[in-house]
Design a protein around this ligand. Sequence first.
Ligand code: AGP
Length: 619
Amino acid sequence: MGYIGEMSKKNDPVNVILAGLKREEYRGYDSAGISFFNGKPCVETLKVAGKIAALERLIFEKKPETSHSAIIGHTRWATHGIPNEINAHPHTDCGHEIAVVHNGIIENYKQLRNMLGHDGHKFVSSTDTEVIPHLIERARRTGSRTFEESVMEALKELIGSFAVLVLCSDEPDKIIAARRGSPLLLGLGEKEFFVASDPMAICEYTDRAIYLNDGEMTMVTEDGYEILNYHDGSSGKSEVVKFDISLANGHAKKGEYEHFMLKEISEAPEVIFNACKGRIDFETFSVTFGELDEFEEKLKRVKKIMFAACGTSYYASLSGKYIFEKLPDISGAEAFYASEFRYHHPKIDADTLLISISQSGETADTLEALREAKKYDALTLGIVNVSGSAIAREVDIPVYCHAGPEIAVASTKAFISQVVVLAAVALRLSELKGGESEERKTVIRELGNLPEKVALVLAAKNIIRHVAEISQKYGNFLYLGRRYNWPTALEGALKLKEISYIHAEGYPSGEMKHGPLALVDNSFPTFAIAVKDEVVYDKVLSNLQELKARGGPIIAVATEGDSAILELADHVIFIPETLPELSPILAVIPCQLFAYFVAVLKKRDIDQPRNLAKSVTVE
Ligand code: AGP
């Protein structure tokens, strides 16, 4: 994030940056830093390993005085080099006259570093970013170029993705910002400007911004800004957009809850309600989707549906795939890890509908999959939670989850809202392509019952905590589910891994006997999703028998009234009966709560687990 404004203004530049970085912490939180001028010829840089709170403490101690209001700051998620103070951004040139913060990855940094090293440049960090200030320094020295010309020259040498902000002692009242691949926007205030990765950072100060395009750079002073294409110097397009104040995700409060994760799990009933609101009419059994209206004709022609997403959002898409397949008149859908999507692209054409699913709407892999599909003229629909995010802006049809801010790194309520929205989109598509259908009515009716049923699952919190207390001693877990709840098993294992740091593997129950069973003994438990499903329930029970025969402890999530499971499992968490295809929405909650309680017992950093970020903005 960068800030520049009239010095007498109400906003203290350092506080503006700290507040903005706190809201950007979801993108990474392993180290942080700021650069500014304090009357000396060199730029002053303060950096720490750790979260923004550590930077805040350092700033409180040092009480930095700024002589110019231009200031840049960064919170990092390490790609190149361990998360320590040296590798934290900003990075500077040899003479500390240029400072740079960077998101993205410079793919040719090794070659550039060797070349610059030959020319006598000294590097102190292990990052890819550090080549940027040195390239600018070289351009500035060799051709006596201006600040602007030097940055343009340097950017042309970079291969990879970047959003960069640069300060230079030649013009201490100016910030230069540029992007390729990674998002960047310029926020417009009154005699003050902001540059940031997303609107969240600046929503407290302004609701007007310009999203820079790839290949553009902006030169910002407190008197105004100019936007250029850094390849040819031509003028950039500068459309000012107003963003929604509901973007103020940073304002979410924990309230009575100890952690955001528990708060967000507990919000499930209203999350389902909000995902359906204004879309599903439970009296007429119809689905209205304002967002889809304009594309109805194209949607009717769709022959192939592909999902691309990452992590939890990918598991939501696997769950959604089953719902799409179950409803009449939809030919089926394929789900892809977004990072693998481009390796399947030859089959995409104008009759393809690509559905990108992302809570943050900023995930680089998902964004790249979307861009890949657009190259082949696919119709693109994004199921996103954060409005105004990169994916929401780039798809043809943005569809919002309306789940409210999700702050905990472990995604919980987003999964639930994504599966519900996927069901609603599937219902609308099926309606568009066919006529009346009893099957659709059944799904709609049950969606209306879900908030109440989810509340009942949440009420079993103490039982789940008790199971977690007994099970937290284990070092490994197998998560099993079949058919609709295979994705639930994958998601359950992911939750346990990411917040408790316990190894867990998700498998389709039927696959267990093809290898993983070798792991099982009395120290290797299984968490099984064994809910009622006329097609697979008996087979799941047989799989659990196989585990029991090998002494494996079993925790099962089962449907109320199921007595057979009590004979097999050591612990049973019951959930209300629902349609099998919607059962992941209920069954995922015991998985989320189990992971949460185990992680609390292990005293983990629940909302910001190690090594992770809420939104992964590099490929
Ligand atoms: C979920 O708990 C994870 N933190 C992660 O897998 C996440 O779902 C993934 O990175 C995708 O994020 P997105 O939904 O914001 O695109």
